[in-house]
Design a protein around this ligand. Structure first.
Ligand SMILES: Nc1ncnc2c1ncn2[C@@H]1O[C@H](COP(=O)(O)OP(=O)(O)OP(=O)(O)O)[C@@H](O)[C@H]1O
Length: 297
């Protein structure tokens, strides 16, 4: 039986003035497009409930504007929801004080961004150690921990270099190392590999799966690339216009897409390898991806 780490319960997020009024309209069945046209209310999350289990890579996938990033950012409360609740380790996020939230983000929930967000004047080692520095870990200890993680991601050789001396793929490894160094309970990754070229992107996906095979972490991973989702996701949630349309393993979604929107994601890609790979490798194994191409929509 899987153990729940994150539980999202009837979550709404509406951007724009007077979100509470928008909620009342939504509950009476108003069309979000009309609410935007009439009141400039943007319904980013529209009644979302789901759970993320310990040890899984939970992927959020959907078209641009479907609400993926907003949902990810409500998990660590960089964005406060308009309504609903998120439970982390059984505790309601809305009940945390600002200080508790900051501590939680530093110790329990790390985030990796598309833009790498490295500090340009600090070495790779100090960048990897930055989360530990914020968490108050002393310099020798944080360098020891950061070095161990740099070894895991294959960057020990460049620990004394500055970020600009590295390729984009290597810079994103530093971003990942920084997130992993604090040994978080939950890793939030927002289009983390989307700025990389296809080869580096594939390498980062492989690295993530290798790290996961060594030690299962819990990840929520946002992407708009369905092949990336199929390749790395233990389970995938497909989002459309602020709603979760379907949740399942790659195989479940491929075998029984919930609607035409979901089916559209698979047009032009060879889904058979993901179904077969799932049978061979199990939830955390490497899918066979020989000849797979990037399919971004
Ligand atoms: N700060 C904001 N103010 C107003 N509207 C916003 C804000 N942030 C997001 N939105 C709107 O909320 C909706 C969901 O946006 P979100 O960025 O979560 O989608 P996404 O699926 O992550 O898209 P992308 O792949 O383009 O990043 C969009 O309609 C967007 O315009």
């Amino acid at each position: 039986m899987s153990e729940t780490l994150v539980s999202i319960n009837r979550l709404f997020k509406i951007f724009g003035p007077g979100a509470q009024n928008a909620l009342a309209h939504l509950r009476q069945g108003a069309d979000p497009a009309q609410l935007f046209a009439r009141h400039n209310w943007s319904v980013a999350l529209n009644d979302i409930s789901l759970t993320v289990n310990r040890g899984e890579i939970f992927v959020l996938v959907g078209l641009s504007g479907s609400g993926k990033s907003t949902l990810l950012r409500t998990v660590n409360r960089l964005i406060a929801p308009s309504d609903g609740e998120i439970y982390f380790n059984g505790a309601a996020m809305s009940a945390l004080s600002d200080a508790e939230l900051i501590a939680l983000r530093r110790h329990d929930m790390s985030m990796v961004f598309q833009s790498f967000a490295l500090l340009p004047t600090r070495t790779v080692l100090d960048n990897a150690a930055f989360g530990l520095e914020l968490a108050g870990v002393d310099v020798r200890q944080r360098h020891r921990q950061a070095m161990a993680v740099l070894e895991q991601v294959g960057l020990a050789q460049v620990a004394r270099q500055l970020p600009y001396q590295l390729s984009g793929g290597m810079q994103q490894r530093v971003g990942l190392a920084r997130a992993l160094a604090v040994n978080p309970t939950l890793l939030l990754m927002d289009e983390a590999f989307s700025a990389l070229d296809p080869i580096n992107r594939r390498e980062m996906q492989d690295l993530l799966l290798d790290l996961q095979a060594q030690r299962q972490r819990t990840l929520i991973f946002v992407t708009h690339d369905i092949e990336e989702a199929l390749r790395i996701g233990s389970r995938i949630a497909i989002m459309e216009q602020g709603k979760v349309i379907q949740i399942g393993t790659a195989e479940e979604i491929i075998n029984a897409p919930a609607n035409a929107y979901v089916r559209r994601f698979f047009s032009g890609i060879d889904t058979s390898r993901y179904v077969l790979a799932e049978n061979f490798a199990g939830a955390f194994g490497h899918p066979a991806t020989e000849g797979a191409h990037d399919h971004t929509f």
